[in-house]
Design a protein around this ligand. Structure first.
Ligand code: PMP
Length: 434
């Protein structure tokens, strides 16, 4: 369709009519975007936007090496992993080279939901237990199992009333506004989990699986307090369970200092799930675990995914890892992330609305509160700030159960210049008021 305002509006109406409304779109009146380059999105009216939300297109939009690789592989061959070709072995080895030595096996799928679904099945098959412990304010995917362990009420307002019996929920270990705050919060939250595990054990429903992100991405990159994962992982294992670390959002170099989020905590999970950044937007997901855990699934038949580990997906997966290393994108996330953190702290000195800055590297969350004592969330302000940022050329969105946190997770090629522009626009909007 042509790119006039009337045509763009008509196109949006066609979408509304034909595409299920549950799959909502950003903004009431979204710009029509048909092109992107690095951390920039370009509307059909020629407007450039800074893309602060694309942690899927992690290498940046329109990456020529990925495009070339995909085109070449498509011309040669794309088939499923029951055939014998190099790229599936290469990607599996490359992934194993990125994780601690205790891991020795990879399963390839096509999305984060699939990775979580498979991880839950593996854990259940291995432990022989159905019960799962997850944490409040989390999102792990849309499929039956992944949805069951998703507790975020911003994604599903009825989430907490509608979880199946086998799902148990621990407090979100939020040291800023949760039940336990400040130093010692990690140990206090972990002690709560230990008691909860004991109660479930005594009730005859012992937990087989613990699943959590290493930082709660959906809640706004909220840090898991020190000591928490170490103590919870030990307690879960102590009663015969396994720990799944969902790295779909935090992993793949985004945190800058660490390639995986669990490294921040000095822990090693039993099962790792990943997706999003793995394919730079090409659908790719993976589960990494130990052979003894994967072998348990054999009792339920074979595992096969038609698209998972395909010639094309695996080749793209290898290329994405190559580009992350060649372009030093993890190092970039660290450097530009520090500039952003510093910038947010400076803004916090001047703007009372900023209550806290969460996260690190290129996954950060700027939390807006009406009062720094009561921590009253500021969702309307957050929404208005996002709308005004769009007018100024920045795509940034609210997240979390209270919708009062700006999620900052641009492509990893994000430059210092773009970071400065983002900080300047945020400063301007906060100074203008809303
Ligand atoms: N786990 C986490 C932590 C996620 O953030 C998401 C998606 N936002 C998923 C799993 C599901 O991934 P997908 O959308 O690729 O199915």
């Amino acid at each position: 369709p042509p790119a006039t305002p009337a045509a763009d509006e008509a196109l949006l109406e066609r979408r509304t009519n034909a595409y299920d409304a549950l799959q909502s779109h950003y903004y009431e009146a979204p710009p029509r975007i048909e092109r992107g380059w690095k951390e920039h999105l370009i509307s059909t009216s020629g407007r450039h936007y800074l893309d602060m939300v694309n942690n899927v297109t992690s290498l940046g939009h329109g990456h020529p090496v990925v495009a070339e690789t995909a085109a070449r592989q498509w011309r040669r061959l794309n088939t499923n992993s029951r055939f014998h070709y190099a790229s599936v072995a290469e990607l599996s080895e490359r992934l194993l080279a990125k994780v601690p030595d205790s891991f020795d096996t990879v399963l390839l799928v096509n999305s984060g939901s699939e990775a979580v679904e498979l991880a839950l099945r593996l854990a259940k098959a291995f432990t022989g237990r159905e019960d799962v412990l997850c944490v409040h304010e989390s999102y792990h995917g849309w499929s039956l199992g992944a949805d069951a362990v998703s507790t975020s009420v911003s994604d599903n307002p009825r989430a907490l009333e509608t979880r199946p019996d086998w799902v148990h929920i621990a407090d979100a270990p939020n040291a800023y506004r949760g039940r336990h705050r400040g130093e010692g919060a990690g140990a206090a939250y972990a002690a709560d989990v230990v008691r909860q595990l004991q109660r479930l054990h005594d009730a005859g429903t012992p937990v087989g699986t613990f699943i959590a992100e290493p930082r709660n991405g959906n809640a706004g990159a909220i840090g898991t307090p020190p000591g928490y994962l170490e103590q919870v992982y030990a307690a879960v294992r102590g009663q015969g369970g396994v720990n799944i670390c969902d790295e779909v959002q935090m992993g793949y170099g985004r945190l800058g200092r660490h390639f995986w989020g669990f490294e921040e905590h000095g822990v090693v999970p039993d099962i790792i799930t990943m997706a999003k950044a793995m394919g730079n937007g090409h659908p790719l997901g993976a589960v990494i675990t130990r052979k003894e855990i994967a072998a348990a699934l054999a009792g339920e038949g074979s595992f096969f995914s038609s698209g998972g580990g395909s010639t094309l997906s695996s080749r793209i997966g290898v290329t994405v890892l190559d580009v992350i290393e060649k372009e030093q994108l993890q190092e970039n996330a660290d450097a530009v992330g520090q500039l952003l953190s510093q910038g947010f702290r400076e803004l916090m000195d001047r703007h009372a609305l900023i209550g806290a800055v969460h996260g690190m590297g290129l996954y950060q969350g700027v939390e807006f509160v009406r009062d720094r004592q009561t921590l009253e969330p500021a969702p309307e302000e957050t929404r208005a700030i996002c709308e005004r940022m769009l007018e100024l050329g920045v795509i940034v969105l609210p997240t979390g159960d209270r919708q009062n946190i700006l999620k900052v997770k641009p492509p990893l090629c994000f430059t210092e210049e773009s970071a400065r522009f983002f900080l300047a626009m945020l400063d301007r909007v906060l100074a203008e008021g809303w």
